[in-house]
Write a protein that binds this ligand. Structure first.
Ligand code: SF4
Length: 727
């Protein structure tokens, strides 16, 4: 029973893009419990293992051991950092940034931020880089997560707007899950799929993934394709749909352009060829095409299997092509629906928090959009030079072109592909600032300045989940130690930099008129500025005040005067393109960047575990979350192990062209012959490795490649060719 002074605070879970509502129970400065919010439309009270253990990861004993609680500075690299005051830390940071910008220009600095940040945090960082400093070098770990989905939506439907909603799961007659272990990565959405199946036994579920994961348990049809062959599969399905007359000619004629060119391309994707390329049975290919096209409503759910690929945009576009060709969009239970990996990758996209975007889904490459944002911010111009995407930014730092890196709320020394290059970049940069809640991340070891940030349960703002629903995040307890909110750190720094770099704004005015020491006023002022920037755009949220969000989470768009947002987009068949029509993209299949071959004979894929999150800085603090999987392993098919005289528990070297790790071996029926799987979460405490130069590395990203999709610049974290030899 709650004691005197017990409080309950509505907020959201900080883990995945399902965006479940939580009620935080607290007493004084302590979070004492968490439960699902029965009124939140993302979860109606349910939480998965990660969400339901949030309170334990926020306890005082965990905080004391893992949190960064005061600003720190290293005078020399590889020394222990020493405590400094906020004034000293931000004074040094702003003077160093100003000096580098004066000597080398604004593009000599870069910001690498995070889909874990709240929308308001993101907005300030974007304005700081693009508005004040005059560089577009601001990118985020959302580049590793959703940028192929962004590019896929824009190329086909005209805007980065997922058209479906969670409620569509209960209206669908066919659900096509592809490149997503939904049972583990989006557990509460998976519960909805189970409910839909139980309520409607006629619902057909197709599951397509190289690994036969737990998600396959619910499927009527499993397509175990070879890694990276998705475009061939989708084009092959369209070939069959055309041959069988299952496409919707009336929809194609009325609402789309570009079908003839695609039709000519998919003529070559015969069932025999596609079955062979994908490594599946022809009958299964035919069955999938029939179910998708002829069901009354088909909903596709997809995630990193499509996005984290050197042809990520083509994969997204080829899947959306299927929806357009069959009219499976803009009606209940139908549409392409990208599942967001991180809790606020969507909010970051909304404020333009990527190197190629501007506020409110504007494009940096569009001179009109640059002028609109400059006018909104009251600056002469937004720089035209494209910013560097995540992989490009760290490569530029490794090459000495970028001299200062500001990293906020993310751990690139573990999570970026080709870890050796990323660590070299952080060594070479003249100045590395890490703004973090946790002192335990690998990137902290490279920081000249460490800035302690608040985290879940301590900060306020908003997040957007996969179905375009914006929810309030609220603080239940005060900021511990000397931690400050991410937006407030950025504003304090920006206000100092404005004085050192005069000339970007009208004299005497600040681009950042948000009081950093008044959380409620500051955060709402940022929100209102962001809202105004969306006026007239596809995601217009000018009607969405904090007061409205306090009553209930809302989906965008929601314009001035409206009382609710839109559950589903494109029901009128009109798309946000110049002619109002959706565009077929002429997608051709390209193999993975690094096909397996005789020297590296295994296709290694990566993915999530059920109970861990990203680099484990939060979930790794809790013993019970290791109950499901206790230690790292490389999983292989038993046939491959027998052929190589390997057995369960053997220590093996897993080696790619970039590095090597030593890890125990585990037989798994989920993994197909000639493939291997390693979970993404394990960092240097658990999984040591070496680069080809002998540098110490950790985790699976010692092995992964930074080859990326030419359109989205999202790297192929999902696949690398490796060899596996007994240690
Ligand atoms: Fe949190 Fe995602 Fe689990 Fe919901 S499904 S409780 S958002 S981790």
């Amino acid at each position: 029973p709650a004691g005197e002074g017990a409080r309950q605070t509505r907020s959201t879970c900080p883990y995945c893009g399902v965006g479940c509502g939580v009620i935080i129970e607290s007493q004084g400065d302590e979070i004492t419990g968490v439960r699902g919010d029965p009124q939140h439309p993302a979860n109606f009270g349910r939480l998965c293992t990660k969400g339901s253990t949030l309170a334990l990861t926020a306890s005082a004993s965990v905080t004391r051991q893992t949190r960064l609680l005061q600003p720190m500075r290293r005078e020399h690299r590889h020394e222990e950092p020493k405590a400094v005051s906020w004034d000293q830390a931000l004074g040094f940071a702003s003077e160093s940034f100003a000096q580098i910008i004066r000597e080398h220009g604004p593009d000599a600095v870069g910001f690498y931020i995070s889909g874990q940040l709240l929308t308001e945090d993101y907005y300030v960082f974007n304005k700081l880089a693009k508005g004040l400093i005059g560089t577009n070098n601001v990118d985020t770990n959302s580049r590793l997560c959703m940028s192929s989905a962004v590019a896929g939506y824009k190329q086909t439907l005209g805007a980065d707007a997922p058209p479906a909603c969670y409620d569509d799961v209960s209206h669908a007659q066919c659900i096509f899950i592809v490149g997503s272990n939904t049972a583990y990565a989006h557990p509460i959405l998976f519960r909805r799929i189970e409910d839909a199946k139980a309520a409607n036994p006629a619902l057909k579920i197709i599951f397509c993934d190289p690994r036969r994961t737990d998600t396959a348990e619910i499927a009527d049809l499993y397509l175990g394709i070879q890694p990276g062959t998705d475009v061939s599969l989708f084009n092959g399905m369209l070939h069959i749909m055309l041959w069988e007359g299952w496409t919707d000619a009336a929809y194609i004629a009325a609402h789309t352009t570009g079908f003839d060119a695609l039709k000519a391309t998919v003529r070559d994707y015969t069932p025999d060829l596609v079955a062979e390329t994908c490594g599946i049975k022809k009958e299964d290919l035919l069955a999938a095409a029939k179910l998708f096209a002829t069901s009354a409503a088909t909903l596709s759910l997809y995630c990193q299997g499509l996005n984290q690929s050197s042809s990520g945009t083509a994969k997204n576009a080829a899947l959306i092509n299927l929806h357009l060709a069959t009219g499976q969009i803009g009606k209940p239970g139908a549409g392409p629906f990208s599942l967001t990996g991180q809790p606020n990758a969507m909010g970051g996209r909304e404020v333009g928090g990527l190197a190629n975007l501007l506020s409110a889904h504007r494009d940096l490459a569009n001179p009109g959009h640059r002028a609109e944002v400059a006018a909104l911010w009251g600056i002469p111009s937004v720089p035209e030079t494209p910013g560097k995407s995540a992989v490009e930014m760290f490569q530029a730092a490794a090459d000495g072109e970028i001299k200062a890196l500001w990293i906020a709320c993310t751990n690139p020394a573990q999570s970026m592909p080709d870890q050796a290059t990323v660590r070299r970049a952080m060594e070479r940069a003249e100045l590395v600032i890490v703004q973090e809640a946790f002192a335990t991340t690998s990137s902290c070891d490279y920081a000249d300045i460490l800035l302690p940030a608040t985290t879940w349960g301590e900060k306020m703002g908003t997040v957007t989940n996969s179905e375009r629903r914006i929810s309030r995040v609220r603080s239940a307890v005060p900021a511990p130690g000397e931690t400050r909110h991410d937006w407030a750190i950025a504003v304090d720094f920006a206000q100092r930099l404005e004085k050192l770099l005069p000339g970007r704004t009208a004299s005497g005015t600040s681009l950042f008129p948000y009081p950093p020491d008044d959380e409620a006023a500051g955060i709402e002022a940022i929100w209102n500025e962001h809202r105004e920037s969306t006026r007239g755009r596809d995601l217009d949220i000018t009607g969405m005040s904090y007061a409205m969000l306090d009553a209930a989470p809302q989906q965008w768009p929601l314009k001035t005067g409206e009382t609710t947002g839109k559950a589903r987009l494109y029901e009128d068949g009109i798309f946000p393109t110049a002619d109002g029509k959706a565009r077929f993209v002429n997608t051709a299949y390209k193999p993975v960047a690094e096909p397996r071959e005789s020297r590296y004979p295994f296709s290694m894929t990566t993915g999530r575990l059920r109970d861990q999150w990203h680099g484990m800085s939060r979930t790794g603090t809790l013993g019970r979350l290791f109950g499901h999987v206790a230690e790292p392993a490389v999983q292989m098919n038993a046939q491959d192990m027998a052929r190589r005289l390997l057995k369960d528990g053997d220590l093996v070297h897993v080696t790619s062209r970039r590095g090597s790790i030593v890890v125990p071996l585990q037989a798994s029926p989920e993994v197909a012959v000639s493939q291997a799987f390693i979970a993404m979460h394990w960092g240097e405490e658990y999984l040591s490795g070496q680069s080809t130069n002998g540098d110490t590395l950790a985790g699976v990203n010692a092995l992964t490649t930074s080859a990326y999709c030419p359109s989205s610049k999202q790297p192929e974290l999902k696949h690398a060719a490796v060899k596996i030899l007994k240690a």
